[in-house]
Design a protein around this ligand. Sequence first.
Ligand SMILES: Cc1cc2nc3c(=O)[nH]c(=O)nc-3n(C[C@H](O)[C@H](O)[C@H](O)COP(=O)(O)O)c2cc1C
Length: 184
Amino acid sequence: MELTRAIKTRRSAKRFSNKKPNWRDIIECIDSARYAPMAGNNYSLKFILVNDEKKIREIADASEQDFVSRAQFIVVAFSTQSRTTNSYGERGKVYLRQQAGAAIQNFLLKINEKKLSTCWIGHFNEDKIKHILKIPEEMQIEALFPIGFESSKQKMSRKIDLDRILYFEEYGQKRMRKENKVNV
Ligand SMILES: Cc1cc2nc3c(=O)[nH]c(=O)nc-3n(C[C@H](O)[C@H](O)[C@H](O)COP(=O)(O)O)c2cc1C
């Protein structure tokens, strides 16, 4: 899939059919997360692919979102924090969140290319998820991704207009100044 199309057609899905995706396709999506930029090239994100139905139900409970239980798989993304915070201190905590987001966007675009569907889940009880999946206490869970094929297409969410997020040269400057001609 062409990049612009992958970016512009990506959207969250909350209704999944009973058809099971090939788990190897999901591994390919996780693989694309390896190519994201990381501060000091210290890779901090890890993933668990969950297939077990009981665990999927428990994770859905911990996220307090019913539709999660109807996913065929759940991918849980979490960060190992120590190397980045050891290198960069407090700033390292910001880097961890930023680089998780960069890696996750790669993952989401690949999910779209594979014609799979998911929704970024940020609301969950972290302690419960750690307990269910035996994730060590010192790690931070970034997000959950229920995965399946969409059973009925949801509308694209409205996207913010470019002129509401872009300035030129300084905050508040909404127009590109004319380029100064150099007289030789
Ligand atoms: C950090 C983050 C947390 C989110 N948490 C949830 C969530 O807990 N439940 C949910 O249904 N959607 C969640 N979403 C999905 C957003 O609601 C969704 O991306 C947004 O409405 C835009 O829709 P789109 O993804 O189709 O463009 C989250 C998205 C992000 C980036």
